[in-house]
Design a protein around this ligand. Structure first.
Ligand code: PGA
Length: 255
């Protein structure tokens, strides 16, 4: 983290976990434990049906609520989909775009780009995910892959919009596996992401960009990961389901 230029962000990604009632119970417990300092931003990206409960419970707190994906379209005949405009109207501030689990369900780089634009147009702050597979890492093409994913996702995104985009580096081999990237491995790619942003948007915006690491981050490994200069926070799956663990990660980010 480099607090001089950036405020850290700890974001939970609940995936397909918790009901609306469980969301309410989580937030009651979580709010009571929230550390006083405002040293870092907090977001919870929750299942769509949990958004109203989460928004209500997080009202007048510093917790922002987000969704886990959005449609690339603003309205129309897309049964089951939810637009970024609907999410913003429901009280969401953020949305995850391009998570590897969504990409595995068929989301292409073109879709990710369209969703990013839809999120930005609706006034949301997208958390844009990128990350390589184990095979790609072993083949030594991580750098090229991340550059390709980022450039494709950010196509047409203007400099004034990039301030609202958070990039999350999530190596696929580290997600939900318990195999966290080492602090050095995570830092190497996060620094590379900043270099790509510098080439695309210039030094000032790249310096201000918030870049997260995600993939089995927990209360044990967070301090070391967050100590890296280009890791400005975490996108946390499993460990974000437990309020006590999430609080300990927040405390690490507040150090
Ligand atoms: P994990 O998930 O922390 O459970 O590995 C991270 C993510 O997929 O965002």
């Amino acid at each position: 983290m480099n607090r001089k230029y950036r405020k850290p962000l700890i974001a939970g990604n609940w995936k397909m976990n918790k009901t609306p009632s469980e969301t309410k119970a989580f937030l009651t417990q979580f709010k009571a434990m929230l550390p006083k300092g405002r040293g870092c931003d907090i977001a919870l990206c929750v299942p769509a049906v949990c958004i109203p409960a989460a928004v209500k419970a997080a009202k007048e707190t510093r917790i922002s609520i987000g969704a886990e994906t959005c449609s690339a379209f603003s309205s129309g005949a897309y049964t089951g989909e939810i637009s970024a405009i609907m999410l913003a109207d429901a009280g969401c501030k953020r949305v995850i775009v391009g998570h590897s689990e969504r990409r595995a369900m068929g989301e292409t780089d073109r879709d990710v780009n369209a969703k990013l634009h839809a999120a930005l147009a609706a006034g949301l702050s997208p958390i844009l995910c990128c990350g390589e597979s184990l095979e790609q890492r072993e083949l030594g093409v991580t750098q090229e892959w991340i550059a390709m994913q980022l450039k494709a996702a950010l196509r047409g995104v203007e400099a004034e919009q990039i301030r609202r985009v958070v990039v999350a580096y999530e190596p696929i081999w580290a997600i939900g596996t318990g195999h966290t990237a080492s602090p050095e491995q995570a830092e190497e790619v996060c620094a590379q992401i900043r270099t790509i942003l510098r080439k695309l948007y210039g030094g000032k915006l790249a310096r201000a960009a918030v870049i997260l690491y995600g993939g089995s981050m927990n209360d044990q490994n967070a301090p070391e990961l967050l100590a890296q200069p280009d890791i400005d926070g975490g996108l946390i799956g499993g460990a974000s389901l437990d309020p006590e663990k999430l609080i300990r990660i927040l405390e690490a980010a507040n150090q």
